[in-house]
Design a protein around this ligand. Structure first.
Ligand SMILES: [Zn+2]
Length: 318
């Protein structure tokens, strides 16, 4: 029966020490938490089409400025292709997708470019500067493939994904500064270990899942855009499959942060009935959906060979 009494003073001492440390150490964290809550709820926007709430803390004009600055930098360092069939296809598909996105477009001044580079990459910046790298063309393979990439990239720009990522990076940065102040009286080694763990935590716990969420959202919005623009939405999962297969080496945007291929294919299966409905509504009898093409591995096709040949040789094939 003596045991609890022996414990009691020790516990009281521990509690007192902890309380006196608390008041100093946690103030920056609490201030940050309060600031975060205010900041988060006062900067909410809604992503078009998906209706998701997002944190964005710069206005459209600033975002467009950043996009134009980035483009000026990239254009200066890149070898832009000025004419030719491939550029014509990029421009044609781009205009059609941009038209299909008109109801969500904040008034971007779209411009579609082709950069001579083996990189497997494409991007669309806020403001409307879009670029494909020639390295992505063999993977795009046809106009529907270009449309799948174009839809995905334009979706990133319209859904303000870059600005949202910037807002979260800023919060993670301020959060780690608050933590650094809170841990200020610890020895250097411990502090470094804790900060390192927090850095990895924010990278894997916040920023990377966030990127994957953006990729999935751009896949979905892009699929709807390509269907609205009367491109065959069934090409999208095939395109991303090809992208995945090419993805071991020289892939910039698509490699590190994308959802797993299984998730991606599963998502497209889930969304396809809706995309086909959108296609029928927008394109209807005027532009009937072509039958699955012959490269649909092993699947029987009812298209006469001549028609397929014509389709493959038609405009839009690289
Ligand atoms: Zn993306």
């Amino acid at each position: 029966m003596r045991y609890p009494y022996r414990q009691y003073p020790a516990r009281r001492t521990w509690g007192r020490r902890r309380r006196s440390g608390f008041s100093l150490r946690w103030i920056p964290i609490l201030l940050f938490a309060g600031y975060f809550t205010f900041y988060y709820f006062s900067h909410q926007e809604t992503v078009p089409i998906t209706g998701r709430s997002q944190l964005v803390d710069i206005d459209r004009q600033q975002e467009v400025q950043l996009g134009l600055q980035s483009w000026a930098e990239i254009a200066r360092q890149s070898d832009l292709i000025r004419s030719g069939h491939n550029l014509d296809v990029i421009r044609d598909v781009g205009r059609r997708i941009a038209r299909a996105a008109a109801s969500e477009d904040p008034g971007f001044d779209w411009e579609f470019n082709l950069i001579d580079s083996p990189q497997i990459n494409a991007f669309a910046l806020p403001g409307g500067k879009v670029a494909f790298y020639t390295g992505i063309l063999p993977i795009a393979r046809n106009a529907d493939g270009v449309a799948a990439i174009m839809g995905h990239e334009i979706a990133h720009a319209i859904a303000r994904h870059g600005a949202e990522r910037m807002a979260y990076q800023k919060l993670v940065h301020f959060g780690s500064m608050a933590a650094s102040v809170a841990l200020g009286d610890m020895d250097f080694g411990t502090r470094r270990a804790i900060m390192g763990a927090m850095g990895a935590g924010s990278q894997y716990g916040v920023l990377l899942p966030f990127s994957r969420k953006h990729e999935t959202e751009a896949d979905y919005i892009g699929l709807i855009y390509m269907a609205r623009a009367c491109f065959d939405p069934r090409e999208a999962p095939k395109l991303w499959q090809r992208m995945q297969e090419a993805g071991s080496g020289n892939v910039a945007e698509f490699s590190s942060t994308h959802p797993s291929p299984e998730t991606r294919i599963h998502n497209f299966e889930q969304w396809m009935p809706e995309a086909l409905k959108v296609y029928a509504e927008h394109c209807g009898d005027h532009s009937p959906l072509p039958r699955p093409s012959a490269d649909n591995a092993g699947e029987p096709t009812t298209s006469p060979p001549a028609e397929q040949e014509q389709e493959k040789a038609g405009p839009g094939y690289f």
